[in-house]
Write a protein that binds this ligand. Structure first.
Ligand code: ZN
Length: 274
């Protein structure tokens, strides 16, 4: 299960991973807090401000279908407002979904929010707390009365950008940033020794590209992903997706992991060695 803030948050850094695990017959779910209606419309004929929430929902549905994962679940919050919504209610909604879907692995933003976006940081806090509380029978007991059982997520991951990738994104010697209200929010890179997990998604890059194209109101019809796909596919940042293991109920890796389910596949690996 992945938990993000906006439609397209899943696309660039986790689209390959979601696709890979769906292809391996995992049940993969995406929870998105908003419909991304506060963002810019890349091309004016693709949407209007009034129908943008609907259009972006359809774009995310298109992306999920492309990745081969379940349709998205929305927390139904307003884009740009996540730090000021009722935090207990938001965490409660996530706890309920975790208890319902019982994910073994959960992916969300790290405390950096990739580039410090306050919606991303809010979702990071919600998901991290929800993982703790979902396992606690004393939390949200009204949910348990409704038949919802406590659930322990085995591994919690934060999506991460390696420092080398952030450096490669800089232009004209300026650090890479996303402009919000005229202010640059800089991408935050993680040192190599902080990255615990690298997923090779080389076999799924075409699907990842198609997932990105679903988000047309955000990326436009013409972009480097549509115009020079072979170049994008050849870039290491596109073929490898990076994570930091933040909580684990199944031990800690001695070396860089290449599988989010490492430590959760004992029976399968035992079968192989027989
Ligand atoms: Zn976002």
């Amino acid at each position: 299960m992945a938990v993000f803030a906006h439609p397209d948050d899943e696309a660039f850094g986790t689209g390959g991973t979601l696709t890979k695990y769906a292809a391996e017959d995992c049940d993969v779910y995406l929870v998105t807090a908003t419909r991304g209606e506060a963002g810019q419309i890349a091309e004016p004929d693709l949407a209007t401000p009034a129908n943008l929430p609907y259009v972006r929902e359809q774009e995310l549905r298109c992306a999920c279908q492309t990745y081969g994962i379940h349709p998205p679940r929305f927390l139904d919050y307003q884009d740009g407002q996540l730090p000021i919504v009722n935090q207990g209610q938001a965490v409660g909604r996530l706890v309920r979904i975790i208890r319902e879907l019982k994910p073994q692995v959960l992916i969300t933003f790290g405390p950096d929010g990739i580039y410090g976006h306050y919606d991303h940081i809010a979702v990071h806090h919600w998901a991290t707390i929800a993982v703790e509380l979902a396992a606690d029978p004393d939390c949200f007991p009204d949910q348990l009365a409704g038949g919802c059982r406590p659930h322990q997520v085995s591994k919690l991951y934060f999506r991460a950008l390696p420092e080398s990738q952030v450096a490669a994104m800089s232009e004209d010697g300026k650090p890479a940033a996303v402009m919000m209200d005229g202010v640059p929010f800089y991408f935050v890179g993680r040192r190599d020794d902080e990255i615990t997990t690298v997923i090779d998604v080389s076999d799924y890059v075409e699907t990842k590209l198609r997932g990105i194209q679903c988000h047309a109101t955000q990326v436009g019809r013409h972009n480097r992903f549509s115009d020079t796909p072979d170049q994008v596919i050849g870039e290491p940042w596109f073929r490898y997706e990076h994570f930091v293991l933040a909580r684990s109920a199944v031990g800690w890796p001695q070396a860089v992991e290449t599988d989010l389910f490492a430590g959760l596949r004992r029976e399968r690996s035992a079968d192989r060695t027989r």
